[in-house]
Structures are given as C-alpha cells and as structure tokens.
Design a protein around this ligand. Structure first.
Ligand code: SAM
Length: 133
C-alpha cells in the first residue's frame, strides 16, 4: 500500500511531498537506485540470517552507488545489572538478537561498514552501523 501525505511541519513555502510505502522489506516494489540513504531500525533482530541477507540485498538495490544504509539493531544487554533490559529482551520477540560482531559479519558480506557504534540507552542496547554501497 502506498500513500502520499505532507510532512507535518511543512508550511506552504516549504511544502514537500512525502510518500509512505508499506511493504515487506524483502521485496520493495520500487526501481533500482532510488535512494541516497536507507534507515533500518529494529527490524533485523526479528529475522534469521537468510532474511537479513535478502533485506540488505534489497536495500542495496534501492541505493544509488555510494549510498548508505544506517542500521540500528538490538544487541544483548551489556550490563548484568540492566535487569529491565534483560527482561525486555526475554519477553520481546526479538528471536535473533545478535552481538555486534554477528551483525557486522552479515553486513560486510555485501557492503563496507564505514562507521559503527554501540549505543547504551539505559534499557535496551543497540549496535548502530553505517554501511556504504
Ligand atoms: C521492533 S519493531 C520496530 C518498528 C519500528 N522500526 C520502530 O522502531 O518503532 C519491528 C517491526 O518490524 C516489522 N517487520 C517484521 N518483518 C518485516 C518485514 N519482512 N518487512 C517489513 N517489516 C517487517 C514488524 O511488523 C514490526 O513492526
């Protein structure tokens, strides 16, 4: 399903059209090289390696040469004292929460990781990586 709407902060002078497309990330019905950047947030930790490869391959296809993917994904809670973080990951259905190295291994099969960072939010911890096509 695709729908076109207006950015909520737009004014008549700055108004730009935004299109929101609801789609399976493994198969996005848009032409190659359509985007400069792709954001993947909190998706890959729900997917097995085979599907992660398909999603990354699709993101790669949609990017222009030199385009970038920013992926921010849950990692196991770093601190043993972060009881809420451990609890959330036990009850939340992130069946494929990986340590950073496992995400990096998947990412570098098809892209170069330009920058990476572990983010400790206080509850959930994340691995953020910028990949370049
Ligand atoms: C943890 S939520 C994160 C949602 C959002 N990115 C956020 O940060 O609020 C994971 C989302 O991934 C979606 N999802 C799972 N498999 C998907 C797929 N193959 N294609 C697109 N979305 C998918 C689920 O429907 C769910 O909304």
């Amino acid at each position: 399903m695709a729908t076109t709407t207006w950015a909520p902060t737009s004014t008549p002078a700055t108004r730009r059209r935004w299109t929101f497309l609801v789609s399976d990330a493994r198969r996005v019905d848009l032409p190659d090289g359509r985007f400069d950047q792709v954001l993947i947030f909190g998706l890959l930790h729900h997917l097995p390696d085979a599907d992660v490869r398909v999603v990354l391959s699709e993101a790669h296809r949609l990017l222009v040469p030199g385009g970038r993917i920013l992926a921010i994904e849950d990692i196991p809670a770093i601190s043993k004292l972060n009881l809420i973080g451990h609890l959330i990951h036990n009850i939340e259905n992130g069946e494929y929460i990986r340590p950073p190295g496992e995400y990096r291994r998947l990412y570098t099969e098809k892209t170069t990781v330009e920058r990476e960072e572990v983010l400790q939010s206080g509850i959930c911890d994340y691995y953020a990586a910028v990949m370049v096509k």
